[in-house]
Design a protein around this ligand. Sequence first.
Ligand code: MN
Ligand code: MN
Length: 419
Amino acid sequence: MAKLSRRSVLAASAAGGMVTASAVARAAGAVFGDPDQPAEGAVNVTDKRALVDPGPRDDALAANEKIFLDPPATDVGGMPQFWASFNLAPKRIQDGGWARELTQSDFAISETISGVNMRLGTGAIREMHWHQQAEWAVVTYGHCRITILDQLGRAQVADVSAGDLWYFPPGLPHSLQGLGPDGSEFVLAFDNGHSSEFNTLLVTDWLAHTPPDVLARNFGVPVEAFKNIPLTNRWMFQGKVPGPLAEDQKAVASPQGAPPNSFVFRLSSMKPNKRTKGGMVQIADSTNFKAASNIAAALVTVKPGGMREMHWHPNADEWQYYLKGHARMTVFNTGPAAVTADFHPGDVGYVKKSLGHYVENIGETDLVFLEIFRTAKYEEISLSDWLTHTPPAMVAATLNLDPAVIAKFPRDIPDIVPV
Ligand code: MN
Ligand code: MN
């Protein structure tokens, strides 16, 4: 629609290089689809040679973010970078797998969440550890066994697969192990932008840095029993594929019983909260994934041509992880400021609390991404819901809209359009 706007036609006539009479006339006042003065966007550049970047440049890298090279004319001003990518993060590789991360040191805007992308091969172990932050995770590939102990001595061992979540509250000790046939890959979100997967409390470190006689007294066995403990931490290492799940579950059982709320949630198989012609949304927060007391998530699927509608979140910043397809998101702030970025699989986006945004599927296949929030409950405000639940005369007077047009807007939070 915007592609055939008046400004495009004017721009085509101006293309060729020199300032034309029509371009000068347009500079006198903003027009629909090209609102600001001074006008922004390539369409407003009269000498097109000014659009060429003589370099230096990296064409392959730059081509990944086409919209940065040629932002829409409705974009205006600037805002802190809200695009990052695991694709460009260095890997820490050890025997068994690897991990890479995006903390607030790498991605300054990401104050509430830091992200980790990890791969564990078959049998590989992420060492028994704990940390001060809550850990939320989504499995993106394969199968993994998790273990955790809660503060009342209740243990859980569970196997998770692609599409499943886990949530480990702060301080609760846990471990991860890749299962057959080809291990697992997953993404972790910590509820603090400064958290690092390379800086966790490791059981090997603690034992190695405790006097042997203290170990003997603490565990009630002779000092010699500990003579083979590792003297450096393991963090990640190759192990053997564990036995049947039921055997591990039996081995960890305690008189206190099982944790009342599972630390695992099968997100991708839950009934969608919203389903429209344009796609669907599946939400896991403390109302249905009861253990997840401080991180809420929405798994969003947008069909080709569909769009995650214009909206915002009143209670938390949004950390996004893109799983499949190609997306384009524009974020709106006061100023006004509006900035657009493209997202590909493995990319991460971040939207500050209450800033307006929408996410378009610009590809030929389904777009799938996660919205993650440091909060107990998922919340959003839909622009169309607001405009259809405000007196029509108010909306009509504000936006110069015909009330009959407003009556056609989607009502009741469609989430994905078209409805
Ligand atoms: Mn952990
Ligand atoms: Mn959102």
